[in-house]
Design a binder for this molecule. Structure first.
Ligand SMILES: [Zn+2]
Length: 279
């Protein structure tokens, strides 16, 4: 959904921007190779699209990752193990959130850091929970069902885990740190309500992170990945990002080499077509 708005990109961020955009470009270029999910066939430090898609499929096998449900716990422990095997440091941020209905949700943000001592940092983030109800489905019969979350949830996590693979194989330059943040409780509450209202049940993990920033933060900039697994992927300019970080938006789109809303912007997640439209 939404991410904390990063500051405008200062001149000293050029090196960081190059790395980040390279990662994104590699996602586009190397994802098209044939082969299974084993990760072979790409160079060290390159993003492996097929392997990342395997991470999407693995999440789907847990079932919907709804806070408070066993599948949510299991998926979280699986992600934590993946990150601990790849990152220099992994911090678990435990959040007890009381919903408007009085239920206490036990949520976890996972904050995986590469070169945690580096002062200059970039942040990539995604949410890993899924919506309890497909309340925006055009099919009325589906609105009480949970969202499977192949696109809305798993796709962003899959991309970030692929980035973790790339950074593990080829760490960033010594002066640059990269953080991967997997936020929880992002899509829990009423999608029509004001997410920034007091006691809101959406954007829980992101708001908690923004209120408890790590020492040395904010990063140079942040890029959020969500819903990047549609069959016919169209990515649009995001209005908040355009308003608060237009230079970052421009850099991302220059890297992609494609215009927003173009039908050519797929990142090789075509197999997501097998999931319901409410994903
Ligand atoms: Zn989402």
């Amino acid at each position: 959904m939404k991410c904390p708005s990063p500051p405008p990109l200062p001149p000293r961020a050029v090196g960081a921007a190059v790395l980040a955009l390279l990662l994104a470009c590699q996602a586009k270029v190397s994802g098209g190779r044939s082969g299974g999910g084993g990760g072979g066939g790409t160079g060290a430090g390159e993003f492996d699209g097929q392997r990342a898609f395997g991470y999407l499929e693995r999440q789907m096998r847990f079932g919907p990752r709804i806070p408070g449900m066993p599948a949510h716990d299991s998926a979280g422990y699986w992600m934590l193990a993946q990150l601990r095997a790849r990152a220099d440091t992994v911090i678990v941020q435990e959040i007890a959130h009381k919903t408007k209905s009085g239920q206490v949700l036990h949520l976890r943000n996972f904050f995986a850091r590469f070169r945690p001592q580096a002062a200059e940092r970039v942040l990539f983030l995604a949410h890993w929970d899924t919506r309890p109800h497909a309340d925006q489905s055009p099919n009325l019969g589906q609105r009480r069902l949970p969202v499977p979350g192949a696109n809305d949830g798993a796709s962003g996590v899959a991309v970030l885990l692929g980035v973790a693979d790339a950074l593990n194989a080829k760490p960033p330059p010594p002066t640059l740190g990269v953080d991967l943040l997997f936020v929880d409780g992002e899509d829990y509450g009423d999608s029509w309500a004001d997410p920034y209202a007091e006691g809101s049940d959406v954007l829980i993990g992101s708001r908690w992170f923004a209120a408890h920033l790590p020492v040395g933060y904010p990063p140079l900039y942040a890029v959020l990945f969500d819903m990047v697994g549609d069959k016919d992927l169209n990515i649009y300019y995001e209005s908040n990002s355009q308003a608060f970080a237009p230079e970052v938006v421009d850099r991302v789109w220059r890297c992609k080499g494609s215009s927003p809303t173009s039908s050519t912007t797929t990142w090789r997640y075509r197999k997501a077509a097998s999931t319901p439209s409410t994903s």
